[in-house]
Design a protein around this ligand. Structure first.
Ligand code: DGT
Ligand code: CA
Ligand code: CA
Ligand code: ZN
Length: 581
């Protein structure tokens, strides 16, 4: 069986990380070559494993050395270089590299001088003030690293994995299992299906014909670094030295009951079981059945089970026993937003931004393919170091967009910018220049450590700027990497509501910003509107809108609070109202 593209990408990502350690720097021509190949493979719909070296090299973006490694991986399930580097650098050193302020150079220094190769070791070294004496570090860096560790809550070995990384692994395992003979369906459940921000372990459910070798294959998948258990209907593995994955094989007739059980949460399950008992029924991972007679009343689909409990089907993101069951009973659950409800994307980059990877034409074609009615091009404004556009470039871009418009009708193309909110809440350019854009997204890209009072003032100042229609990724957090700014959320919601400024629900799995608890509170306590945007820097990122929709569901956001579910004229009217005020 040839490995899936997802598995090839995962091993190349490992190669990138280990190569950084080997090189002692975070960028080199080798890591750039692997990263380029990852992008190309991610965008490809054809399977690359199984191709020959010469076939691989014909693909634009894959060079000789990467091609050889892909072929080696397809044949052996491993890459010799990765295996060798793993012996030199324990996998826990990759966890260290995720801590802000710790690049490959410092991580190597920690190993070399202090023998520190994991987070607990680092915590101990900080307690003994051993970092301060290392060349190039000092007391100040030590303090910064200590703060990052404490804010991220990663001091112990009990680490949870950010959803972005867990999702990659789960999708790759699901893709592999779908290729095994006799497998009918494979789906991830657990906290991942509930769209939790961090994931303890991945739970996968499979239905299969009785003679399918699925559990046997599961324990030998590419990337498996330990087998924790294996039987005929269940197995557990560790993948990439990092993540536990539990597999359950269940009968098709019980799939709904099993999916519901293993999706959880535990609290939601317990509440439903109690509800079942009140109705003379028992609910478990096999079925909803009558007590006594044992007659099965529902089992094959989740919807059947919820209906038999006099509830509407509850979207997995809400299954936390925080009011969703009574809302499902009274019919007051918000209708779950799906990606098909989104008519526009209000935060999109092109390669005019230093960090954009697709051209304007590619991004516009992508918008059409995604079925969008309108799109706002929001490349970075001038104050963003390296990646921002000068006034001249912005005007050039506006002319290009003007030219594109007739070609892309009925797609409506707006010219916007992603503005940078400075420490004092001011933004790029001047009022006159800003007024000539069709739309503005303003985001925090700097000064993450101001006090909550200052951050609140800063956000509110930006919200009051008539050139700002949306606050992009309002907290600026990166899940598991950067905590994001703290601010008085009620005050920000109120200011946004009263000025007609929307708050973004950023769809990147690394961001998911605003967070779900903020969304739910905002919906309950204010009139604020939201924009579910992809912040795409590449055409492949349009599909992230799925994750933005999931985040909105998790935050109990109803459809009528999302500005980009409006049809084009109504949306344009909304945007114009603030800009012309
Ligand atoms: P995680 O892995 O910590 O991110 O969170 P979950 O929710 O994925 O938890 P996990 O993997 O321990 O279990 C998966 C699901 O299985 C869980 O959401 C609900 C169900 N489950 C596990 N243990 C129990 C239990 O003791 N009682 C009930 N009712 N359900 C359970
Ligand atoms: Ca789990
Ligand atoms: Ca589990
Ligand atoms: Zn952006």
């Amino acid at each position: 069986m040839t490995p899936s593209n997802e598995s090839v990408i995962a091993v190349l990502r490992q190669l990138v990380q280990y190569t950084k350690l080997e090189d002692g720097q975070s960028q080199s021509f080798r890591t750039r070559a692997y990263e380029k190949a990852i992008e190309v493979i991610a965008a490809s719909s054809e399977s690359v494993a199984g191709l020959s070296i010469s076939e691989l090299k014909k693909i634009d973006g894959i060079g000789d050395s990467t091609a050889r490694k892909i072929v080696e991986f397809s044949a052996n399930g491993t890459i010799g270089k990765v295996e060798r580097l793993k012996k030199r650098f324990p996998p826990t050193m990759l966890d260290l590299m995720r801590i802000p302020g710790l690049g490959p150079k410092t991580v190597l220094l920690l190993q070399d001088r202090l023998g520190v190769v994991d987070v607990p070791g680092l915590t101990e070294a900080i307690e003994k003030h051993q970092l301060a004496s290392l060349p190039g570090l000092g007391a100040k860096s030590e303090e910064k690293i200590a703060k990052a560790i404490s804010l991220l809550g990663i001091h112990s070995n009990e680490t949870r994995t950010p959803i972005a990384e867990a999702m990659d692994i789960a999708r790759r395992v699901v893709a592999e299992l779908e290729g095994v003979e006799g497998v009918l369906t494979a789906e991830y459940a657990g906290s991942l299906r509930r769209h939790a921000e961090t994931i303890g372990d991945i739970d996968i459910l499979v239905t299969a014909e009785t003679d399918s070798p699925v559990t046997k294959r599961f324990v030998t998948l590419p990337g498996v670094t330990a087998v924790l258990g294996s039987g005929s209907t269940k197995a557990s593995i560790v993948i990439d030295d990092q993540m536990q994955v539990d597999l359950r094989v269940v009968p098709e007739a019980a799939f709904g009951a099993a999916l519901m059980y293993f999706t959880g949460s535990k609290a939601h399950n317990i509440a439903l079981r109690k509800r079942a008992l009140d109705r003379g029924l028992t609910l478990n991972e096999y079925s909803l059945s009558e007590i006594g007679s044992g007659t099965v009343v529902a089992a094959s689909t989740e919807a059947d089970i919820y209906h038999r409990l006099n509830l509407v089907w509850i979207t997995p993101e809400l299954r936390e026993d925080t009011g969703e069951i009574s809302a499902a009973e009274s019919g007051s659950l918000p209708r779950p937003i799906s990606v098909g409800d989104l008519r526009g994307d209000l935060h999109v980059h092109t390669d005019w931004s230093g960090d954009g990877r697709s051209t304007m034409v590619e991004m516009l074609d992508g918008a059409v393919l995604s079925g969008l009615d309108y799109i706002v091009i929001t490349d970075h404004a001038e104050n963003l170091a390296m990646n921002g556009l000068s006034r001249e470039r912005m005007l050039e871009q506006r002319a290009v967009i003007e030219e594109m418009r007739p070609r892309y009708r009925p797609l409506t193309i707006l010219h916007g910018a992603e503005l940078n909110i400075a420490a004092d809440g001011s933004i790029d350019y001047d009022a006159e220049f800003l007024a000539d854009f069709d739309f503005g997204v303003a985001s925090i890209h700097s000064h993450f450590d101001l006090s909550p009072v200052d951050q609140t003032d800063r956000l509110i100042a930006a919200i009051h700027n008539s050139a700002v229609n949306v606050i992009g990724h309002p907290s600026g957090r990166m899940i598991g990497r950067r905590p994001g700014v703290r601010f008085d959320s009620d005050a920000v919601f109120e200011a946004a509501a009263s000025t007609g400024t929307a708050l973004e629900i950023n769809s990147h799995l690394h961001r998911l910003d605003l967070q779900a608890s903020h969304l739910r509170r905002a919906v309950e306590t204010s009139e604020v509107m939201f924009a579910i945007s992809t912040d795409a820097h590449h055409t492949s990122a349009y599909s992230n809108a799925n994750w933005g929709a999931a985040q909105a569901r998790k935050g109990w956001v109803p459809l009528d609070r999302v500005i980009n579910t409006l049809d084009t004229p109504t949306f344009l009217d909304w945007a114009g109202r603030k800009r012309n005020s």
